[in-house]
Design a protein around this ligand. Structure first.
Ligand code: 6PG
Length: 495
């Protein structure tokens, strides 16, 4: 069997680690970066038994000459115009329509659609969204590939070789740097035509924002509502991580909470400025939900929560001026009620993410396999969680499932746990503890399950001031308008 061979352009943290992972899984790597130090570091790290496994090249012409045709070339560069620039440079250097150029960055999905069209017939522009950060890239990321199916068939052996793996129980199979591919189901999948992989990854990040926000709110309630010590909070997260909440984010939260500041010796979290950063993928998800008219308040709210946190000086001023509840001795949730709240909030956030993917798929004419997406998120990625096995099972069992909350098992479980969720949100409100994620999720749940909403009044208001019309419950197909300003007021049927 001929050895797989691929190129990697961009040897920053992600590119270097992906290339090392590819070398571990038996792929011969030709690497390039404009920064000499990055090349030297990567080549040195690739050494095995004193022999570098990477072959560095000094320009793109040399890279193309070093790779067998049709070539497989990965790009690991920041999202944006540099991706276009590199594709153009590769074409100028001699790349042709048989070559596959794979963008592994966090690109905006519409850019990926546009690029695939732009380069059609000149090169195979393909994308593979990568989740898992530095460690994931090195020993097993979750990979969401998209582009034409023929290209997928050619790059799949490389991607399956480096992807995270899950065992029969749906748990990640550990793998060490330097170790070749381990057994288990691969967490790489082809999601469909260009753009789908980056859309799926974008939603992954939207869910990641919501999940992190919910965890932070649970921490805040444990620490400041229940008054637990940092160690006790960490212990609680460790215990929760042994149950249905088991996930990477829960696991790292416990570890982070136990970390002391090497300088002062106090918990590190207490010396970190409470002002969150963001690179934009959560915002893209929120924008997409607004554009689609697909409600994802837990995801969008998590972006707002980060933005609010970043207004540190204004918040400090407001903290002096704005009053909270006079009596801060309102009821506090129990630890187990909080666990239920966190679980329900998370399921709602994931449900919103899957709803977004389904809605966008309908809009774009994509066929997204939601069960397969849930399966590749079970390992390698940041939102990997044990309940993704159940999410995958739900979409597998009912391929027409229109919304995760309509799945019988999840709906029954939320029904059982909702009391703790409601207690937690009520307690946060009464005690003035911010809990935008938990309450947005609960409001979403209550709105979603409401057979009747006050949108009838809203429609009447719109018709009153803007003659926007309304439909009637007794005749939903016709549109009506009331002449609100005429005497007598009269009803007309528009169509
Ligand atoms: C991943 C992460 C990764 C990253 C983003 C989000 O799946 O590996 O989602 O893509 O953490 O860069 O970063 P921000 O929190 O800065 O937006």
């Amino acid at each position: 069997m001929t050895k797989l061979m691929a190129g990697m352009i961009g040897l920053g943290v992600m590119g270097r680690n992906l290339a090392l992972n590819m070398a571990d899984s038996g792929c011969q790597m030709v690497v390039f970066d404009t920064d000499r130090q990055s090349v030297e570091r990567a080549v040195a790290e690739s050494a095995h038994d004193g022999q570098p496994r990477f072959r560095p090249v000094s320009d793109l012409v040399e890279m193309l000459a070093a790779l067998p045709s049709p070539r497989i070339i990965f790009l690991s560069v920041p999202a944006g115009s540099i991706v276009d620039q590199l594709c153009d440079d590769l074409l100028r250097a001699g790349a042709d329509k048989h070559d596959i150029v794979i963008d592994t960055g966090n690109s905006l999905w519409t850019d990926s659609v546009a690029r695939a069209q732009h380069y059609e017939g000149r090169l195979n522009f393909f994308t593979t969204a990568v989740s898992g950060g530095e460690m994931g890239a090195r020993t097993g990321p979750s990979l969401m590939a998209s582009g034409d199916f023929g290209s997928w068939q050619r790059v799949a052996p490389v991607l399956h070789g480096i992807a995270a793996r899950v065992d029969d129980q749906g748990r990640q199979v550990p793998r060490l740097p330097g170790q070749a591919t381990v057994a288990g189901e691969s967490c790489a999948t082809w999601t469909g035509p260009a753009g789908t992989g980056h859309y799926v990854k974008m939603v992954h990040n939207g869910i990641e924002y919501a999940d992190m926000q919910l965890i932070c709110e649970a921490y805040s309630q444990l620490r400041f509502g229940l008054g637990l010590s940092m160690d006790a909070v960490a212990e609680t997260f460790e215990r929760w991580n042994e149950g249905p909440l088991n996930s990477y984010l829960m696991e790292i939260t416990a570890e982070v909470l136990r970390q002391l500041d090497p300088d002062s010796g106090v918990p590190l979290v207490d010396v970190i400025l409470d002002s969150a950063g963001q690179k934009g993928t959560g915002m893209w998800t929120a924008v997409s939900s607004l554009e689609l008219g697909c409600p994802a308040p837990s995801l969008a709210g998590a972006v707002f929560a980060r933005s609010l946190s970043a207004r540190k000086s204004q918040r400090l001023e407001a903290a002096r001026l704005l009053q909270g509840p006079a009596d801060k001795t309102g009821p506090v949730p129990t630890v187990s009620e909080l666990e239920d709240a966190l679980y329900c909030g998370k399921i709602c956030a994931y449900a919103q993410g899957f709803d977004l993917m389904l809605t966008q798929a309908r809009q774009q004419g994509w066929t997204l396999d939601l069960a397969a997406i849930a399966r590749v998120w079970r390992a390698g990625c940041i939102i990997r969680a044990v309940f993704l096995n159940r999410i995958a099972a739900a979409f597998e069992a009912d391929q027409e499932l229109a919304h995760l909350l309509l799945d019988a098992d999840f709906s029954a479980e939320i029904a059982l746990r909702q009391k703790g969720w409601r207690q937690t949100v009520a307690s946060a409100a009464l005690n003035g503890i911010p809990a935008s994620g938990l309450s947005a999720s609960l409001a979403y749940y209550d709105g979603f399950r409401a057979g009747v909403l006050p949108a009838n009044l809203l429609q009447a208001q719109r018709d009153y001031f803007g003659a926007h019309g309304f439909r009637r419950v007794d005749e939903p197909l016709g549109e009506y308008h009331l002449e609100w300003h005429a005497t007598p007021r009269s009803l007309t049927r528009r169509h």
